[in-house]
Design a protein around this ligand. Sequence first.
Ligand code: GAR
Length: 206
Amino acid sequence: MNKTRIAVLVSGGGTNLQALIDAQTRGELPSGELSLVVSNKPGAYALERARAAGIEALTLTRADCGGQEGFEAALTEALVSRDIELIVLAGFMSILSESFTRRFAGRIINVHPSLIPSFCGKGFYGLRVHEAALNYGVTVTGATVHFVNEIPDGGRIILQKAVEILPGDTPESLQKRVMEQAEWIILPRAVERVSSQIQKEKEPKQ
Ligand code: GAR
């Protein structure tokens, strides 16, 4: 059975992409194959990580595509022409439209740096999520991998992992601990789980 072909959408540093690349190298993604990386930000370091790992890397920006609709049309063409079956949002800082999420229903997953339903939805991304957790005064936060639907951070949860907040934490120190102790662990596991489900769906029925 062919492996599930995976595209990773990124906007920045790409440490979650790196966690996926490392997991694949260690043989921990047996059901999937990292096949394409797409950045919506030119020069994102994640693109370098993709190229260093021998994965095709593309940049598509809203500005170059004449707006969100054009961006999503170009993205859809890139995904479909490469037979991508699973789309992973890994630090992808743009909200996809309902028509895009419906077109790929059950085939898009996202990693979010909090325990959903806390500190999520529109406006909660990157360091802002950790600032909000610290401002609220929670003592435990974490990360969530979930399916993506038309509601920002609202799709079915696949995996979560809790992380303690420590005295003196800053948004930066908390972001680092949440990545190390949660995101980089649960994202590869969730990608393997969904890749394997997609392979099972492709098996001929008895
Ligand atoms: C990660 O913490 C990811 O969970 C978060 O941005 C960071 C990207 O880091 N994503 C969101 O906030 C999306 N709502 P990375 O580029 O090093 O993977």
